[in-house]
Ligand binder design. Structure first.
Ligand SMILES: [Zn+2]
Length: 311
């Protein structure tokens, strides 16, 4: 069974302006890194993802907000939040970012690709129900979790987030749903300032793992896996979604974690093995942050290799 590599060229049309860390070069680094791994490149199922519809975005977002993003892009762009801009191409980019993840869910469920990696931007895990935030317009992973339940009748969805920042948007968009569990490991204190361990959400379905910067990498991996196991102790997911942010790697300008590629490999393989035992391996990994393009490209390659691994 191949691993799908899903993207859409429209993701490059979200123009954040000169000097912004979340730029199209992040995505371009991924095929560049793949060129050094021809065997993996040829083994992947390359898919051009679709655009999410307005109704699909409304599974997690306020429809007035969805319309506002569309209109801001239509008039040529503007600021949606102090650090989140939209350009004329941002509607196409943001709907493609979500659509790629929805395609990945479809392909997992219908058996075309049990596992996928979605190389998308803008990222999604800070986007709130009615507000853009932290470079994010729509909560791709959160929309996909609701979509998997509504469209495919999957009952339980696990979301794990190893981006260095708290997935506050994802939490806000899923915490009312008892059968979506969310695990976020993130630097603390750090942007966006949420994600305390005591914040378990209204239904205690949230596992926040705040961690100081600069620890030995193993500490992060161990804490992350422990939280995943706590979140699934007496609850077995039907689908696993991974918010794969690579700003948790050592040297990222927007984070102080110390992960190396070997740690990304370990976390990917731990999640892959668990998905195999829980739900026939159904797992969709989605790019979030990561602001050193070359490192990001290498980390995506390591993740895709790990997704293809079989014990
Ligand atoms: Zn981040």
């Amino acid at each position: 069974m191949p691993v799908a590599f899903i993207s859409n060229s429209d993701c490059g049309r979200h123009d954040t302006g000169w000097g912004h860390p979340e730029h199209v070069g992040r995505l371009r680094a991924i095929p560049r890194a793949l060129r050094d791994h021809p065997e993996l490149f040829h083994a992947l199922l390359h898919v051009e993802g679709r655009h999410a519809t307005i109704d699909e975005l409304a599974l997690a977002h306020d429809s007035g907000y969805v319309d506002r993003v569309r209109v801001v892009a239509e008039v040529g762009g503007g600021h949606l939040d102090p650090d989140t801009v939209a350009s004329s191409g941002s509607w196409a980019a943001a709907t493609a970012a979500v659509g790629c993840v929805l395609d990945a869910v479809d392909m997992a469920v219908d058996g075309r690709a049990t596992r996928s990696f979605c190389a998308v931007r803008p990222p999604g895990h800070h986007a709130l129900r009615a507000r853009a935030m932290g470079f994010c317009l729509f909560g791709s992973v959160a929309v996909a979790a609701h979509y998997a339940r509504a469209r495919h009748g999957l009952e339980r969805v696990l979301i794990v987030d190893w981006d260095v920042h708290h997935g506050n948007g994802t939490q806000a968009l899923v915490e009312r749903e008892r059968d979506i569990h969310f695990v976020s490991m993130h630097q603390w204190p750090w942007y966006p300032g949420t994600g305390a361990a005591e914040d378990r959400g209204p239904n205690r379905t949230i596992w926040n793992v705040p961690m100081p910067a600069g620890l030995p990498a193993q500490r992060y991996v161990t804490a992350f896996i422990a939280a995943v196991d706590a979140a699934t102790a007496d609850w077995t997911p039907d689908l696993v979604l991974v918010s794969a942010g690579y700003d948790s790697l050592a040297g990222d300008p927007l984070g102080g974690f110390t992960l190396e590629l070997s740690d990304v490999d370990r976390m990917t393989r731990e999640m892959t093995a668990r998905a195999d035992s829980w739900c026939g391996g159904l797992l969709v990994a989605v790019l979030e942050g990561g602001y050193v393009p070359e490192r990001l490209g290498q980390a995506c390659v390591v993740t895709m290799e790990g997704l293809g691994a079989r014990d």
